[in-house]
Design a protein around this ligand. Sequence first.
Ligand code: ADE
Length: 252
Amino acid sequence: MKNKLTIDVLSLFPEMFNGVLGSSILAKAAEKALVEYRVTNFRSYSTHKHQQVDDYPYGGGGGMVLKPEPIFSAVSDLVQKADTDHKPRVILMCPQGERYTQKKAEELAESSHLIFICGHYEGYDERIREHLVTDELSIGDYVLTGGELAAMVIIDSVVRLREGALGNETSAQTDSYSTGLLEYPHYTRPAEYKGMKVPDVLLSGHHQHIEEWRMKESLRRTWKRRPDLLEHRTLTEQEQAWLEDIKSEENN
Ligand code: ADE
């Protein structure tokens, strides 16, 4: 994961990316040369005299369809211009894609070249899906006006996993989902605010008790909010015992 990650985005609205890629961790990652963002308006790859990128669907019906040529040419050009020999992941943003998860973020963070294709029209010419794209991703079961916001969500979740992107190296590993559980509750000063107190154990200075409290609360939160996550995770004997405690505590 040491070398640079090149992230290409193909969009008809490249200005949408300025704020997100130019702020916070994502901007710092680029300053540190851990990542390079290249946002391209694929309209510039249209050979049509009015720079048309969409057309009516064969067979009739409503809506416009993104033409294959500008997208195929843009991808081939960007692959040539990337300073890596690794094959890129060519990712099509669409609501029909595979549901995006932290596991996929971890997989994408291992790549050295990602190309995101963001559409805004009724659909993509099917040849783009069949012959160009390696992944089709959806960020959830709802429909956005275009793939841009979805691509930004994915870029954010991938870049923060790259070595050196976060100030604190351990924080990505203890994130909710990376451990298969939701994160435990966090507290900071003051120890008491308007009668609301920080749990005593966190003020005790007893590291092992604090660690155990955190693991148990992480389990409690997951069981209460996302029990489905527990179905996909093998619990240790200790976790199993805590879970039994939690269930009886919560039922009283
Ligand atoms: N484009 C439109 N809706 C989308 C979604 N839910 N995920 C990814 N891309 C999209």
